[in-house]
Design a protein around this ligand. Structure first.
Ligand SMILES: NC(=O)c1ccc[n+]([C@@H]2O[C@H](COP(=O)([O-])OP(=O)(O)OC[C@H]3O[C@@H](n4cnc5c(N)ncnc54)[C@H](OP(=O)(O)O)[C@@H]3O)[C@@H](O)[C@H]2O)c1
Length: 194
């Protein structure tokens, strides 16, 4: 079955975007620093290989409405060339882009995941957005986290690991890849006994 994965560029102080995100500044104030490795892959072959792997293993995407709103103009397409499911409380018509579709899902994370799994086949379901990632983590639906740790302290913005309550989540480190500017650390989420 498809793995549910989260791949996030993060500052050392835990932010995945700076403050005041918007269409003009999808990663918030100063947050574009986190994605320099993605948008300038020629800077490091290590980072470029991580980016290629991410694309090759993605079979479907579940994204939050805020990531969609601020990102869709910048992408000019879908974020990955696969079926994408946008979690939102506002029903909307499906959008067909050059390399994939954006389907709006209003009946919760399980429903979005079911549809994404069906679309992904053997490949991974990739999550995009901190808020939705927190819900998947709380619900025990996330299998793998890759943190692309960037050499910066952002100071303010959107934290990845917010709103998780007080329950512990055990992790196992399964891979570390280093480039000059980014440490790509992969963790498996240890499933709680039911
Ligand atoms: N650093 C990275 O690698 C990375 C990767 C991806 C995104 N980002 C950044 O992350 C930021 C956005 O993340 P975010 O955490 O603020 O928001 P998000 O997770 O992208 O979206 C949250 C929104 O999704 C909708 N939603 C969430 N759960 C839902 C549910 N169960 N049912 C229905 N709708 C639901 C709600 O929108 P409604 O108002 O429609 O209800 C909610 O406000 C952007 O700046 C983006 O650029 C960074």
């Amino acid at each position: 079955m498809a793995k549910v994965t989260l791949d996030m560029s993060m500052s050392l102080d835990g932010f995945i975007a700076g403050p005041n995100i918007g269409v003009e500044r999808p990663m918030g104030k100063g947050g574009e620093r986190l994605h320099e490795w993605l948008f300038n892959p020629s800077a490091s072959e290590v980072d470029a290989a991580v980016e290629r792997e991410m694309s090759a293993t993605t079979g479907a995407v579940v994204l939050g409405r805020r990531t969609f709103d601020v990102g869709v103009g910048l992408w000019g397409d879908v974020p990955f060339p696969v079926p994408c499911f946008v979690l939102t409380h506002e029903d909307r018509e499906e959008i067909v882009k050059k390399s994939g579709t954006l389907t709006f899902v209003t009946d919760g994370i399980e429903s979005a995941l079911q549809r994404a799994r069906a679309a992904a086949g053997e490949k991974d379901v990739r999550l995009m957005g901190a808020n939705i990632a927190q819900q998947f983590l709380r619900a025990g639906l996330l299998d793998e986290i890759q943190i692309n740790l960037v050499l910066v302290l952002l100071g303010d913005g959107i934290r990845l690991f917010d709103n998780l309550g007080t329950e512990q989540t055990a992790l196992e480190r399964t891979r570390v890849i280093e480039s000059p500017g980014v440490t790509h650390i992969r963790f498996g989420v240890v499933k709680k006994a039911k």
